[in-house]
Ligand binder design. Structure first.
Ligand code: AMP
Length: 439
C-alpha cells in the first residue's frame, strides 16, 4: 500500500498546511525519514536534490515543537545549510507548511543586513535556518543561543564540506545542546570529509540510502548533442531555446566568465535570460531569482556554485552548455528538472575535449545518454580521434548538413569494454538514439 501522510499522525494544522502546499502523498524520503525522526532517532540520510527531503525534516521538527511548548527555551531547532539560496528556500517551504501554526523561524545568512538578523534573533524564533559562517558569528557575539537546541539538521552536508565549512560546522555543533536529535542529509555518503562531522554529530545513527545519487532520476531523459566549439554550442543552444517548449530552462556553464558572456548573447536573440554566478551580491541574487520565480525571464544561466540548492518550479529543461566536471555534479545540475514526479529533459552539449568526461560520467552513473543531432547544426566532430575536417569547416557543415555517415567512431578498446555504439541519427528533434548499448 502506498504511504499516506495520515499515517504520521501529524497535528491538524500541519495536515492542512500539507493540503495548502498541494502535497498529497509522501515522497520515498518522507515516507522513510518522518517515522524514524518522530521516534527521536539520529539519522544519516542519502537523498538526492529534489527528493522532498525538506518536508521530511521540517514536518517532524514542527510536530515536536507544536506538541511540547517551551516558551522559555532559546532556539529549539537549527537547520544548517551550505548556501543562502537553500536557506531561503527552506524558509519559504517552512512558511508554506507552518502557515496555520504559531511557529516562527528566522534566516541567518551572510550577505544580508546584520541588524535585521539581530532583531529577528531577539524575537527568539523556535527555528533557525542558517549558513555556518554568519551563524557562528552570531553565536560568538551572544546573539544566537543553541544551548536548548532540540533538533539539529545538516542539509546538503557534502556541499557544506565542498564549500570549506567543515570547521565552522564542527564549532557550531560544539555550541549546541548535547542531548539534541541530529539529522544529516547528503546527496552522497561517500564524501571524504563526512566522517569527521558524523562522528561529532550523530549518536548511533540509522543510515538511510533513499535515493542514491548514482541512481539518478527516473523521470529525466538525458541527451547529448555533439558540438565543435563554443560558437557552435551557442548556435545549438539558441536552437534549443527556440524549439524546446520548456516553461523554464536552466543553462549551466563551468565558469562565471562563460555565464556572463552567454547572458547578453541570448538576450540579444530575444531570449529572456538572466545570469546567476557566485560573485553577485545578495541584492543582485535576490533580483535575479525574483525575475526567474516571477516568470519575467524564462532562462537562468548559472554556475554550479551559484545554483546550489536552487529549487525552481517549472524547470523542464536543463542544458549543460559545458559538461559538469563530475558525475555527482552532473546529477546535481540535472536534478533541477523533473522534480516531484514531473518529466524533465537534460541536454549536454559535448565538445571534442569533453568526450572522455562524458564517457566517464556515463559509466559512473550507469546512464545511457541518447545522442541527438540538430538538423543543420550537426557537429563535424563525431567521436574521439575523428574529425571530418579542420574546425572551421564546422560552420559549413552546419549550414548544409552532410549526408549520413557513421558519427561515432568505434574503438576496439571501447567495444570490448562497454559494448557497441550506435550512431546518432540526423532526423532532428525526433532523432534520438542511444550512444551505445550497455552490456
Ligand atoms: P526538496 O527536495 O525538499 O527540495 O523538494 C523538491 C520539490 O518537491 C519542492 O518543489 C517541493 O515543494 C516538492 N515536494 C516535496 N514533497 C512533496 C510531496 N509530498 N508531494 C509533492 N511535491 C512535493
Amino acid at each position: 500500500m502506498n504511504p499516506q501522510f495520515s499515517q504520521f499522525m501529524l497535528p491538524e494544522a500541519l495536515v492542512r498546511g500539507l493540503e495548502k502546499a498541494g502535497f498529497e502523498t509522501p515522497t520515498p524520503v518522507q515516507a522513510q525519514v518522518i517515522p524514524l525522526a518522530q521516534d527521536g532517532l539520529d539519522l544519516l540520510v542519502s537523498a538526492a536534490t529534489g527528493s522532498g527531503k525538506t518536508a521530511a525534516f521540517l514536518l517532524p521538527i514542527m510536530q515536536r515543537l507544536l506538541s511540547v511548548r517551551a516558551p522559555r527555551s532559546a532556539t529549539r531547532a537549527l537547520i544548517l545549510v551550505p548556501t543562502r539560496e537553500l536557506a531561503r528556500q527552506i524558509y519559504i517551504h517552512f512558511m508554506r507548511l507552518a502557515s496555520l501554526t504559531r511557529l516562527t523561524a528566522a534566516v541567518i545568512i551572510g550577505g544580508e543586513r546584520h541588524d535585521r538578523q539581530l532583531a529577528a534573533l531577539r524575537r527568539n524564533p523556535e527555528i533557525l535556518v542558517a549558513t555556518p559562517g554568519r551563524l557562528l558569528e552570531s553565536i560568538q557575539s551572544g546573539a544566537a543561543d543553541l544551548r536548548d537546541l532540540e533538533v539539529l539538521v545538516l542539509d546538503e552536508a557534502d556541499r557544506m564540506l565542498d564549500l570549506g565549512f567543515a570547521e565552522d560546522v564542527l564549532a557550531i555543533i560544539g555550541h549546541t545542546n548535547p542531548a539534541r536529535q541530529s539529522l544529516l542529509f547528503s546527496a552522497t555518503l561517500h564524501h571524504r570529509g563526512l566522517a569527521a562531522i558524523t562522528d561529532q554529530l550523530l549518536r548511533d545513527p540509522r543510515v538511510l540510502v533513499i535515493n542514491p545519487v548514482r541512481e539518478g532520476h527516473p523521470d529525466i531523459a538525458h541527451q547529448v548533442i555533439l558540438s565543435d566549439d563554443t560558437e557552435h554550442k551557442q548556435a545549438q543552444l539558441l536552437w534549443l531555446l527556440q524549439n524546446e517548449p520548456a516553461e523554464k530552462v536552466l543553462v549551466f556553464t563551468n565558469t562565471r566568465e562563460r555565464a556572463i558572456a552567454l547572458g547578453p548573447l541570448l538576450v540579444g536573440q530575444g531570449q529572456r535570460s538572466v545570469v546567476l554566478h557566485g560573485e553577485l551580491d545578495q541584492r543582485e541574487r535576490n533580483r535575479v531569482m525574483g525575475l526567474v520565480h516571477g516568470g519575467q525571464v524564462r532562462i537562468l544561466i548559472a554556475t554550479d556554485v551559484a545554483a546550489r540548492g536552487l529549487d525552481i518550479p517549472g524547470v523542464q529543461l536543463v542544458v549543460n552548455f559545458e559538461l559538469a566536471r563530475s558525475g555527482d555534479d552532473y546529477l546535481h545540475r540535472t536534478g533541477r528538472t523533473g522534480r516531484a514526479g514531473e518529466k524533465g529533459l537534460a541536454i549536454a552539449l559535448v565538445g571534442p575535449k569533453e568526450w572522455n568526461l562524458m564517457e566517464s560520467i556515463e559509466r559512473y552513473l550507469g546512464l545511457e545518454f541518447q545522442a541527438r543531432a540538430i538538423p543543420g547544426l550537426k557537429a563535424a566532430f563525431s567521436g574521439p580521434g575523428k574529425r571530418k575536417g579542420p574546425r572551421k569547416s564546422a560552420s559549413k557543415s552546419r549550414a548544409a548538413p552532410a549526408a549520413d555517415k557513421p558519427r561515432v567512431k568505434e574503438r576496439e578498446r571501447d567495444r570490448k569494454a562497454i559494448g557497441k555504439r550506435r550512431q546518432p541519427t540526423t532526423t532532428g528533434e525526433a532523432g534520438l538514439a542511444p550512444l551505445r548499448k550497455k552490456q
